[in-house]
Design a protein around this ligand. Structure first.
Ligand SMILES: [Mn+2]
Length: 436
């Protein structure tokens, strides 16, 4: 069964193409600084929003009618969704996908049956991956939808829920390993609280750390070579989530000596919900050797929730791409589309328009950022701004060869009088827009 027969394979047609079912900027084999665009971007389609979400929101039910979800039997629906997903990814000419355990296979009557369902679908995925050469960027476990997780998984007040979550993540990691996943993601959707009135924060943080420590042990035990990623988000569904942002995750990891075992999966929309820019989270992650992967979905500045829209804000993407290029690019990570169509975008072709639009935004952002790197003007400006730190004074401070007493004496003796210099923000903003 094929689902997208009336849609052509999506190919690069160049900037002047008027065909909306083509890429204007994403030219997979085009080389930029010695790597192809495909290797730079490592684009992935997510399984859950794209093939399992029906358009429902908190005010309304299903709006989409997906043919692969028509069968009465949930396992038949699961198998049909896998076939639809690989057909879609191949039509877009992409090389990666991502999945949640519960979105690829339904829960059974008990854990044994649930695990059997999941294994059966994973085996079908393995066949499709072999046939299509599409790879797994990352897998993850859904520890937030079922009511057993209403008060969290690892941070639940009931250790039986913790144990249940361990069993679920063990199998999700086993399957990610089987499918040669390049990363494994943890998003703590309900690892937080709704009210402090019923919550022991210190206890919950210790529980979360135990969970992650055991996961790391298990990763080495089975020889999983991928990167473990934590996806920060400040709130939603809970009022407060412990993985608030990259800085919070970094502090938590250091407290429990886990900073070398995890990196972050930064989502654009989660960054803005935390009161940051997307670029801030990426820069902060690189600054602390924590950069792993990206969920490229953006939010809406007027809507205060996680709208998961396809990335279209070119200026934001240029800044992010510039930071990624300056720092050497992805290693095991990539750009995942953890994106949802708007619920009025009913047609199958809208799935293509959404992804093409997002992919072209990233590709165009990459091209512009490469131009900025090549021109070197921004880099020179920044390095000049810090140049005085190479002076004797700057080096003494950085090398720890001075102290409060020495420095204050030096200020008095040499009558140090610093001269303020312009930060040139407007010129730099003008320069970025000029390159777009
Ligand atoms: Mn995400």
């Amino acid at each position: 069964m094929k689902y997208f027969t009336d849609i052509p394979a999506i190919r690069y047609a160049g900037e002047d193409s008027s065909d909306h079912l083509s890429y204007r900027y994403y030219n997979p084999q085009q080389k930029i600084f010695g790597k192809t665009m495909e290797e730079h971007l490592r684009l992935a389609v997510c399984f859950w929003h794209t093939f399992r979400w029906s358009g429902h929101d908190i005010f309304g039910d299903q709006t989409f009618d997906r043919p692969w979800l028509h069968a009465a039997d949930p396992m038949q629906r699961a198998e049909a969704s896998v076939l639809a997903a690989f057909e879609f990814i191949e039509k877009l000419n992409l090389k990666y996908f991502t999945f949640h355990d519960r979105d690829i296979a339904p829960e059974g009557a008990n854990v044994r049956e649930t695990n059997k369902n999941l294994q059966q679908i994973a085996d079908l995925m393995a066949v499709e991956m072999e046939r299509s050469k599409v790879k797994l960027l990352w897998g993850t476990a859904n520890l937030f939808s079922h009511r057993r997780y209403l008060a969290g998984a690892a941070t639940n007040p009931n250790p039986e829920v913790f144990a249940y979550a361990v069993a679920q993540v063990k199998q999700a990691l086993d399957i990610t390993h089987q499918l040669h996943g390049e990363n494994y993601v943890l998003w703590g959707g309900r690892e937080g609280y709704d009210t402090l009135l019923n919550t022991d924060v210190r206890q919950e943080l210790d529980q979360l750390a135990r969970f992650l420590i055991m996961l790391v042990d298990y990763k080495y035990k089975i020889g999983f070579k991928g990167t473990l990623l934590i996806e920060p988000k400040p709130c939603e569904p809970t009022k407060h989530q412990y993985d608030y942002d990259t800085a919070t995750v970094y502090a938590f990891l250091q407290k429990y000596h886990l900073e070398n075992e995890f990196k972050v999966n930064i989502e654009a929309n989660h960054a803005t919900l935390a009161g940051h820019t997307f670029a801030h989270e990426v820069a902060y992650a690189f600054a602390n050797k924590l950069f792993g992967s990206i969920d490229a979905n953006q939010g809406d500045p007027q809507l205060g929730w996680d709208t998961d829209q396809f990335p279209t804000h070119l200026n934001d993407i240029v800044q992010v791409m510039y930071i990624i290029l300056q720092n050497g690019g992805f290693t095991t990570g990539g750009f995942n589309f953890d994106t949802k169509l708007r619920r009025q975008s009913l047609d199958l072709v809208d799935m293509f328009y959404g992804h093409i639009s997002g992919i072209d935004t990233l590709a165009r952002g990459l091209l512009i950022a490469a131009k900025l790197v090549k021109a070197g003007e921004l880099e020179q400006f920044v390095s000049k701004r810090y140049a005085q730190w190479h002076s004797t004074l700057g080096q003494q401070i950085l090398d720890g060869k001075t102290d409060f007493t020495c420095l204050s004496n030096q200020v008095l003796q040499e009558e140090i009088k610093p001269t303020p210099l312009s930060g040139r923000q407007e010129m730099l903003e003008h320069m970025i827009n000029g390159s777009i």
